[in-house]
Design a protein. Structure first.
Length: 196
């Protein structure tokens, strides 16, 4: 029986979670089977159960892994001694980097979370709502500081996040600018569009 081949600094579980992210992005969580995942990993389906309990456990790991990274970065950003507009830029840059460097995980977390089961589903929805509220509070602070023009802060956050979600099409493009140029172009447009 084949063994799971891992990278030098990775674990078997990390490899399985990474392959699951690719599979769930490509086929969707519902349409993906443990047999599909075993094939992607290069082992028998039965061997996967030595490392994971279920397909649902993988979705849980992916969704909360991404959500926790975003929340940790939000904590760090809020504590920085910088202006509100600089905090917004910091968050935008982090979102863009995540979409570039961890695209499949972020994609699955953003699109397939609806297949989580309670209490995880409720927890995940609450975490998403809380993140957006905290982001909107930073935008509102920027308005008070007169660094950001007066707009509806929750709508601003929604538009920013959806614009960054558009990086999905950059991944599919056959002719694309490099990641650094993409980042600077997006930051220039998104942050520049907020200024009075």
């Amino acid at each position: 029986m084949a063994r799971i081949k891992i990278e030098k600094n990775g674990s078997r579980k990390e490899l399985i979670v990474g392959k699951a992210a690719s599979l769930f992005r490509e086929k969707g969580f519902k349409a993906s089977s443990m047999r599909d995942l075993a094939e992607a990993v290069g082992v028998e389906a039965a061997s996967l159960y030595n490392h994971i309990k279920s397909k649902t456990e993988l979705l849980h790991e992916l969704c909360f892994g991404v959500a926790n990274r975003f929340m940790q970065h939000m904590d760090e950003t809020e504590s920085k001694k910088i202006t509100a507009l600089q905090k917004v830029e910091d968050l935008i840059r982090f979102h863009i980097a995540e979409m570039i460097e961890h695209y499949e995980e972020v994609y699955v977390s953003d699109r397939e979370w609806k297949y989580l089961e309670d209490p995880y589903l409720s927890n995940f929805q609450n975490q998403r709502r809380m993140y957006r509220k905290r982001f909107a509070a930073i935008v509102e602070e920027g308005m008070k500081q007169k660094q950001i023009k007066k707009m509806d802060a929750p709508t601003v956050v929604l538009i920013l996040l959806h614009a960054i979600g558009g990086i999905e099409s950059w991944h599919r493009s056959t002719q694309k600018i490099n990641a650094d140029a993409l980042t600077e172009n997006m930051v220039s447009m998104l942050v520049g569009g907020l200024k009075p």
